[in-house]
Ligand binder design. Structure first.
Ligand code: AMP
Ligand code: MG
Length: 276
């Protein structure tokens, strides 16, 4: 894979998802051929998260969005699997509770946002409020159409307060989704993942595409970019996300904090104790 820039949506562009190939493999022939690179980025992820946790100046917010079966759970496993659980958290965005509905739509997102030193993955996110909500007319257009600007302002505020915000749309084809539904049907260990709405939502595929295209076009900003990740191949999806996270964390130029104690003094005491 040459550069991660190809997956980034330039601010102000008009996204058409049909222009993006969900089966793209970035020059790798197979999972096996990419295994070394995948391992490399996982190790880097681990080291950078340790640094983020130790330095406690920045935080990282990863937003994951996808059609059903798009691979959000897989990415969470892959990215967080490389990290120390201390300092990482997943925040799922389900149908809002009565309490959440009684607040503005960004309330629950803000509450779940990472503290300094922390990595948080939003499994779905505040974007559901311009996706499922728009597709199913859960609020009037006059309400959801103003949310894009509200989302941009919210994310800008997070970024201004030292949060790195990275947003990933895991892009699968309708055919791949059908294949994955079948795999779930054939595997009793995956039956729990199947919900009534998964199949019903498939009927709204084109409406979701439209809603995603608007969210990607209007909310990919210089401060909080959207990435469209080819996700028909799970290993490529994981590699692309890991690499994008690594490169953005590296750009933060983090450093471990200076010691708060006199290390030399403690070292002398240690050697003295050892001699006894
Ligand atoms: P899952 O992620 O498969 O566990 O499903 C969570 C469900 O909650 C999905 O069908 C989402 O579309 C739905 N959901 C998430 N956020 C909202 C929201 N703000 N309004 C309505 N439904 C939502
Ligand atoms: Mg689901």
């Amino acid at each position: 894979m040459k550069s991660i820039e190809r997956f980034k949506i330039p601010p102000g562009s008009k996204v058409r998802l049909k222009d993006f190939d969900p089966s793209f493999k970035g020059g790798h022939k197979s999972h096996e051929a990419a295994a070394k690179e995948i391992d490399h980025y996982q190790q880097k992820l681990r080291a950078l998260q340790d640094l983020l946790y130790g330095e406690r100046r920045h935080s990282l917010l990863i937003c994951l969005q996808a059609m059903d079966t798009g691979g959000k759970d897989g990415v969470i496993n892959h990215v967080l699997g490389a990290m120390n659980p201390q300092g990482c958290r997943v925040a799922p965005f389900k149908e809002p509770s009565a309490e959440e509905l009684a607040h503005d739509f960004l309330w629950r997102a803000h509450k779940a946002a990472p503290a300094r030193g922390e990595v948080v993955i939003f499994n779905r996110s505040h974007y559901e409020d311009v996706l499922v909500v728009r597709v199913h007319n859960l609020v009037p257009k006059s309400v959801w159409s103003r949310r894009y600007d509200q989302i941009n302002a919210f994310e800008q505020e997070l970024v201004a307060n030292s949060t790195q915000v990275l947003k990933f749309f895991l892009h699968i084809s309708a055919g791949e989704q059908l294949k994955r539904f079948k795999q779930r049907l054939d595997d009793p260990a995956k039956h729990w993942k199947i919900s009534e709405s998964d199949y019903k939502e498939r009927a709204y595929w084109d409406k979701y595409v439209e809603a995603y295209e608007d969210a990607l076009s209007r909310c990919s900003t210089a401060h909080a970019p959207w990435f469209v990740i080819p996700a028909n191949h799970k290993w490529f999806r994981n590699l692309a996300v890991a690499r994008i996270v690594v490169e953005h964390l590296e750009a933060l130029k983090m450093k471990y904090p200076a010691p708060t104690v006199d290390i030399e003094h403690i070292r002398r005491e240690y050697h003295a104790a050892k001699k006894k």
